[in-house]
Design a protein around this ligand. Structure first.
Ligand SMILES: CC(C)(COP(=O)(O)OP(=O)(O)OC[C@H]1O[C@@H](n2cnc3c(N)ncnc32)[C@H](O)[C@@H]1OP(=O)(O)O)[C@@H](O)C(=O)NCCC(=O)NCCS
Length: 149
């Protein structure tokens, strides 16, 4: 298995497959992803040349008051997605580690909405913040997590 990373965004239409992994209310439309990528940073993970994972986020300072629980100085991970056929190969861990390394001294935070993401957050020793019981109308909770630098 040959793993590679890319920080230049692939064409947006190639990224739609990642959105389908998420429940409908949490899917990001292309125009919003374009804005996030213009303001922020993404990393894409390839397995044997095939797109397999995506992580992207934004500096909270560019989204004043829009992202709960964060500090203005945070880098906020909006989405981390591994395509299902590549789950449980530690690729989520690799991608989050790669992103945090790129961000150097910035505090990195996110809202965790799935068991997989909770496990990954625990693996990194992410601190636990407030829980939102009904995240964006999904009926599911989201837990704020952050990596203290
Ligand atoms: C969450 C996600 C990114 C994890 O990626 P992954 O590459 O499968 O994760 P890893 O292989 O790096 O596993 C990390 C840990 O999470 C655990 N894990 C993964 N999926 C899990 C699940 N559904 N339930 C419980 N634990 C899970 C793994 O077992 C591993 O822990 P371990 O070493 O103690 O066994 C991936 O499952 C995904 O994209 N899910 C759908 C989208 C999503 O939930 N994104 C995050 C939204 S906040």
């Amino acid at each position: 298995m040959r793993i590679s990373f890319q920080t230049n965004p692939p064409p947006l239409e190639d990224l739609d497959g990642f959105e389908l992994v998420h429940p409908k209310p949490l899917r990001t439309k292309q125009q919003f992803k374009a804005r996030a990528l213009a303001d922020g940073q993404g990393v894409w993970l390839f397995v044997d040349g095939e797109l397999a994972g995506e992580i992207y986020g934004v500096p909270v300072a560019s989204y004043k008051g829009e992202i709960p629980d964060t500090l203005p100085s945070d880098f906020y991970v909006a989405k981390l997605t591994i395509l299902p056929k590549y789950w449980n190969l530690s690729l989520g861990r690799l991608l989050l580690a790669h992103m945090t390394a790129l961000l150097k001294e910035k505090r990195v935070s996110w809202h965790s909405t799935t068991k997989g993401m909770q496990a990954l957050s625990d693996f990194f020793g992410a601190k636990i913040g407030p829980t939102h019981p009904n995240w964006f109308g999904t009926g599911k909770p989201a837990v704020f997590r952050y990596l203290e630098k």
